[in-house]
Ligand binder design. Structure first.
Ligand code: GAR
Length: 187
């Protein structure tokens, strides 16, 4: 059984989809939900599904062992970032080489980097009159939104779109694809 840890800072709609996708799965289980925010919606979702949680703190994440030992002790094989907004430190990448992936709500290499998350991304896409946006699933390296792209899917940017309407379309793509990509990578 491959044991996944899902890292999330926010509402956790992607985490929810991933948890539901792997419920009862024969080869993959969501074993841990990790968050840097004690009030994150994702923690409620974890509780509903009886999945253990780990709240991480800045000091240990960025200047300590980055929780690598705790994750190894929990038997984690693979880390999935789903709306996790802290940069992943080198210590964690070293401990889980090619075993950390992220989802980004735009077509990387465009609209990535520090400060580019959630509706800031969609506002920038709309401000530039892009006709198309999408999602990127990629390996995590030491730079924001930079590691090798594994999968992309596109959607239209419609006239009159606001960051919220575009975000809803992008969330639809994320929910449709993220779990399947994880499943393929782990099989
Ligand atoms: C998702 O759209 C994800 O792509 C984005 O945060 C949202 C989290 O939504 N991630 C980033 O912007 C990372 N740079 P969720 O909490 O409902 O899953």
């Amino acid at each position: 059984m491959k044991r996944i840890a899902v890292f999330a800072s926010g509402a956790g709609s992607n985490a929810r989809k991933i948890i539901e996708h792997f419920k009862g799965h024969e080869a993959v289980t969501v074993a841990l939900i990790v968050s840097n925010k004690p009030t994150a919606g994702v923690l409620q979702i974890a509780a509903e599904h009886h999945i253990p949680t780990l709240i991480i703190e800045k000091e240990q994440f960025f200047r300590g062992n980055a929780y690598a030992d705790e994750l190894k002790e929990a038997g984690i094989d693979f880390i999935v970032l789903a709306g996790f907004l802290w940069k992943v430190p080198a210590a964690l990448i070293k401990a889980f080489p090619k075993q950390i992936i992220n989802i980004h709500p735009a077509l990387l290499p465009n609209y990535g980097g520090k400060g580019m998350y959630g509706n800031f991304v969609h506002a920038a896409v709309i401000a530039n009159n892009e006709k198309e946006s999408g999602i990127s699933i990629h390996y995590v390296d030491e730079l924001y939104d930079h590691g090798a792209v594994i999968f992309q899917a596109t959607c239209e940017v419609k006239p009159g779109d606001t960051p919220d309407t575009l975000a809803a379309r992008i969330h639809g793509l994320e929910h449709q694809h993220y779990s399947n990509v994880i499943e393929q990578l782990l099989s």
